[in-house]
Design a protein around this ligand. Structure first.
Ligand SMILES: Nc1ncnc2c1ncn2[C@@H]1O[C@H](COP(=O)(O)OP(=O)(O)O)[C@@H](O)[C@H]1O
Ligand SMILES: Cc1cn([C@H]2C[C@H](O)[C@@H](COP(=O)(O)O)O2)c(=O)[nH]c1=O
Length: 217
């Protein structure tokens, strides 16, 4: 039976890598799939992982309709057994409903990958709909770590190393801090709540309490 699966975790925990591996494994067994993404850091119409792998993908824009796209492909003689959907947090709730329909009415497996919450620790609308509709959710096993060594659970947005809580929900970005450009840092809840980023910890905590010369608990 086809399923709607949501593989989730913080930023930088290996979701895009897993998305490419899932596509590879299913393709290797003769199944036919399509890859979708939205606002990937590497640009339009590409699914990229920090491990260096990437694949061509269909860009999911606001007006994109998964049902129309898949039915169109099938009508023109295409075959689709599964779809891989990266950065699914950026999809609209309606697009998530279209994906659920593909599972239920066309028996197409849908593998979604994305983060649950934004820099304000609030669910993305697309992720919320996935939590409501998915047959199964899986938390990625490779843990991204907070600077203190605890499992990271929150995605903080930073500017110059300082955590910010004002701004648009959607802002494509990565983990490296560059001067005054916005970036992201994953934190455990304790340090997210205290806005204690790595840069702040380095600046404010005495070296004796910083484990491994760079972090503190
Ligand atoms: N140089 C490296 N060597 C080994 N693993 C790496 C390296 N760079 C990144 N990674 C792995 O890749 C993960 C990020 O993968 P990616 O698929 O881009 O994450 P996500 O899509 O969840 O943001 C990191 O958590 C780490 O495990
Ligand atoms: C927390 C948060 C993240 N984003 C963006 C930043 C990245 O471009 C993606 C997440 O990609 P990853 O493969 O999981 O690293 O989401 C955003 O737009 N808004 C946010 O609040």
């Amino acid at each position: 039976m086809a399923e709607l699966l949501y593989f989730t975790g913080t930023m930088d925990c290996g979701k895009s890598t897993l998305a490419l591996q899932m596509d590879h494994n299913h393709k290797a067994r003769g199944r036919r799939g399509r890859i979708f993404t939205s606002h990937d850091r590497a640009g339009e119409s590409v699914l990229s992982s920090r491990l260096g792998l990437s694949a061509e993908a269909v860009e999911v824009r606001e007006e994109f309709d998964f049902w129309d796209y898949v039915v169109g492909e099938l009508t023109h003689g295409g075959r689709i057994d599964y779809v891989v959907c990266d950065e699914a947090q950026f999809y609209s709730p309606l697009q998530i409903e279209q994906l659920a329909r593909l599972v239920d009415e066309l028996q197409i497996d849908v593998f979604c990958f994305g983060i649950l919450t934004d820099f304000r620790a609030t669910l993305f609308p697309g992720s919320a709909r996935l939590v409501e509709l998915a047959d199964r959710m899986e938390l990625l096993q490779v843990e991204a770590l907070c600077w203190c060594g605890e499992r990271a659970t929150h995605n903080a947005r930073t500017i110059g190393g300082e955590m910010v809580t004002e701004g648009e929900q959607l802002m494509v970005g990565d983990m490296e801090t560059r001067d005054h450009e916005p970036a992201y840092e994953v934190l455990c809840r304790r340090h997210y709540r205290r806005r204690l980023t790595q840069a702040r910890a380095r600046a404010t905590l005495s070296p004796e309490v910083l484990p491994f010369g760079g972090a503190a608990s």
